[in-house]
Design a protein around this ligand. Structure first.
Ligand code: NIG
Ligand code: FE
Length: 423
């Protein structure tokens, strides 16, 4: 694996060019080069353009196509690798039973109130060994890679105690080294109030803030801090306290905001300068405008609304009001057990009023922006990581059109071919 590859003759090279989030109308522009090529050396993109231009430059340097892996992408579209900016993919146990209860009519919050839901995954994750968590994590990462995901965010939050929160974050660090998919870690110690703190959420927040957060920062185990800001979980006050301290210690912020009840999470994200606010099914008009003004990325998770049979977030309104929207799977064992990028494309385009172009932006450069990495991934631009995917169809337009089916034929991670459906 040396990180060198030349991809040429792409019917569409969908560059999604840019180094910052695309807001509002900008989301529709994919900066497409027809008959395009991209050259990656040592894992970094060093040439992008029309095939004849890239080849001319390539030969001028005395290089020879026989000395580098070459992919002829004739009749195929080439895009940046997808960035799945919100998941909870490291966990113990599964909750298939709970899915059946929800089919019978129980709500997600009913199940959580009687000690199931997140808390049942917490019990299983506390029991699981690092090796077990790693094995399940690799299974998910393999699945994500097959859908074209080259960077994924993963959260802790199934420990809710010092040792297990740290264990989850250590596992993610380890997986990042082992697996081609890059992992961005988020500390979500305040994901629910654990049994031992029942009725004492303030004390629990105090414990997380004083005993776990400083170690996470000091050992560099996470880049972001997140909280489930929701009625009957954590209030905006409690969220402000934890996130404020995390920011003071140097972490970047995310927030599970306004998912089930409009609590003012979007407004809080803007106030605190969070990188993203996520879910937002119930975000208020003011919250949306505040986010657009403050440059907070709206990370929308249609798979969760679909799976919980909740109304979708108001993506069209957000984009029309100047927000930068990202789309992500929210892969987790409860509210949305899927790594499927094609499902997210289908739901976003068919039910949220998002165009195909906007959806592509939302899963590439804006996904990168939701992880504060728009300067290094999320587009096919000079100097960025050589993370690209090749579709088995000539246009990005086939992504949602081929409903629920992956159109990804090959995945190149930092210049190395790491997935090939044809092999
Ligand atoms: O993003 N909303 C809270 N957290 C997760 C669900 C986690 C779970 O049910 O295990 C979410 O939907
Ligand atoms: Fe989530």
């Amino acid at each position: 694996m040396n990180g060198n590859i030349l991809i040429k003759n792409a019917s569409e090279l969908v560059t999604c060019s840019g180094v910052t989030a695309k807001q509002g109308k900008e989301m529709a522009d994919l900066c497409i080069i027809t008959d395009g090529a991209v050259l990656i050396r040592d894992g970094i993109i060093i040439s992008v353009g029309k095939t004849h231009e890239v080849l001319e430059l390539f030969h001028e340097t005395g290089a020879d196509e026989a000395d580098i892996p070459v992919i002829n992408a004739r009749g195929k579209a080439v895009l940046p690798g997808f960035v799945d900016s919100h998941t909870h993919f490291v966990f113990g146990g599964y909750r298939a039973e709970e899915f059946s209860w929800r089919l019978r009519g129980d709500t997600y919050m009913d199940i959580m109130k009687r000690g199931g839901g997140i808390l049942s995954t917490v019990a299983a994750t506390r029991k699981a060994s690092q090796a077990e968590l790693k094995e399940a994590g690799i299974r998910s990462l393999d699945s994500m890679l097959s859908f074209g995901v080259t960077t994924v965010e993963g959260k802790s939050g199934y420990g809710l105690d010092h040792d297990t929160e740290i264990k989850q974050l250590e596992v993610m660090k380890e997986l990042d080294k082992l697996h081609p998919v890059d992992i961005v870690s988020t500390f979500l110690g305040a994901h629910a109030v654990p049994g031992e703190y029942k009725g004492r959420p303030d004390e629990f927040i105090g414990n997380m803030t004083e005993t776990v957060l400083p170690e996470v920062v000091q050992r560099n185990l996470a880049e972001f801090c997140d909280i489930f800001c929701e009625k009957n979980v954590f209030s905006t006050e409690q969220s402000r306290k934890l996130l404020g301290e995390a920011k003071r210690l140097g972490l970047k912020l995310k927030i599970h905001a306004d998912e089930i009840v409009p609590l003012g999470g979007a407004e809080l994200a803007a106030e605190l300068g969070a990188v993203s606010a996520d879910h937002l099914l119930q975000a208020s008009d003011k919250g949306i405008r505040d986010m657009a003004r403050a440059g907070v990325v709206a990370a929308l998770l249609p798979g969760t609304a679909f799976s919980l049979k909740e109304p979708y977030a108001r993506a069209r309104y957000m984009i029309d009001n100047g927000c930068a929207v990202a789309l992500a799977t929210d892969m987790n064992p409860g509210s949305c057990f899927t790594e499927s990028v094609p499902l997210i494309f289908a739901l976003a385009t068919l039910y949220m009023g998002i165009t195909t172009e906007e959806a592509v932006t939302a899963l590439t450069i804006n996904g990168a922006a939701a992880l504060d990495r728009a300067d290094s991934i999320g587009s096919i631009d000079l100097g960025k990581k050589g993370d690209v995917i090749i579709l088995e169809f000539p246009s990005y337009k086939y992504i949602p059109y081929h409903i629920g089916v992956s159109t990804v034929e090959k995945v190149i991670k930092e210049g190395n071919l790491v997935f090939d459906r044809k092999l």
